[in-house]
Design a protein around this ligand. Structure first.
Ligand code: HEC
Ligand code: HEC
Ligand code: HEC
Ligand code: HEC
Length: 196
């Protein structure tokens, strides 16, 4: 009986190695079909890594270049392109356009709720083109933790927080835009809209 036990012990590592081998082979054959179902970041970047890729929006020419490194070093590095561009999940490439707008609220429901209740959200719901949306304050592909000093919404970068009236500053910290280039535009827009 003790001999049988020893034999089984001796065989066990070999069996395990063989089943791992099967698993690898299985995954190897499986992965190309996965890639076809759910586009990987590399699939998207095969086209969007091209700096000369643009599209026309009305009279404007908009760059469709995406810096994969920026996305990979953002707070969203663990997400795939299609986590945000959810309408392309499981779609064949090349995709149709227009691509549906990203809904940050699918993951950030409490922030989306707060935003919807705020003056900004109400203005956006009325169709006010100047109302700041999530991306106007936070960016899209390069979002950092809000506590990161490089983040446009880090407390020190929010211009309104420098306002002398503490109450006003507090309200602004919740609502105010950043000091990045886009946000300067927003700052002007926001103050026009009397958001601060
Ligand atoms: C075969 C090349 C190709 C691949 C692969 C590709 N795209 Fe595109 N994408 C384009 C082109 C070309 C346009 C611009 C189309 C136009 O001008 O109408 C575009 C436009 C877009 C737009 C802007 C759409 C709009 O409405 O203006 C987004 C967002 C986008 N792609 C995201 C992605 C994502 C995410 C992936 C991966 C799931 C991806 N693309 C894969 C070629 C590609
Ligand atoms: C955190 C969410 C998020 C992730 C992850 C993400 N995107 Fe985006 N992307 C956005 C948002 C937001 C926009 C702005 C347009 C919109 O609101 O839909 C955008 C815009 C784009 C555009 C159009 C450019 C423009 O100015 O409209 C392309 C192309 C694109 N993304 C491709 C990609 C690719 C490729 C990846 C993966 C490497 C990726 N995105 C990952 C959120 C994301
Ligand atoms: C007017 C600018 C503005 C808009 C619009 C905006 N945010 Fe924010 N957001 C901020 C600022 C500033 C902070 C920093 C938090 C603070 O100090 O109050 C923040 C914080 C956050 C945080 C971190 C939350 C935490 O508890 O620390 C998340 C996540 C977030 N926002 C997501 C969103 C989403 C999703 C939207 C759209 C529905 C959105 N934001 C719209 C300015 C904005
Ligand atoms: C698929 C889910 C998903 C989507 C869609 C998404 N996020 Fe996030 N987001 C996350 C996760 C998960 C984290 C936390 C990552 C971590 O802490 O490591 C995060 C973190 C953040 C933070 C940093 C919060 C902090 O505590 O500092 C901000 C700001 C943020 N997201 C804004 C956005 C905005 C704006 C959009 C839309 C353009 C968006 N997110 C879309 C999942 C998502």
């Amino acid at each position: 009986m003790s001999a049988g036990y020893r034999v089984r012990q001796a065989q066990w590592p070999g069996i395990r190695r063989i089943s791992w081998l099967f698993l690898y082979v299985f995954i190897f054959f499986l992965s190309p079909s996965w890639a076809a179902d759910t586009p990987s970041n590399a699939d998207c970047l095969a086209c969007h890594d091209d700096k000369s890729l643009t599209t026309k929006r009305g009279a404007r020419t908009v760059s469709l270049y995406v810096d994969g490194k920026k996305v990979a070093s953002s707070i969203h590095s663990s997400l795939s392109c299609t986590s945000c561009h959810a309408s392309l999940e499981g779609k064949e490439l090349p995709h149709d356009t227009p691509v549906a707008k990203v809904n940050c609220g699918t993951c950030h429901s409490s922030e989306a709720e707060l935003h919807a209740k705020s003056l900004h959200g109400k203005a956006a719901a009325r169709g006010d083109a100047l109302a700041p949306r999530c991306v106007n304050c936070h960016g899209n592909h390069d979002i950092l933790p809000v506590k990161d000093r490089r983040s446009p919404v880090a407390p020190l970068n929010v211009p309104c927080s420098a306002a002398s009236a503490i109450a006003r500053a507090r309200r602004c910290r919740r609502n105010a835009p950043s000091s990045s280039t886009t946000s300067w535009r927003i700052t002007r827009r926001a103050s026009t809209a009397r958001a601060c």
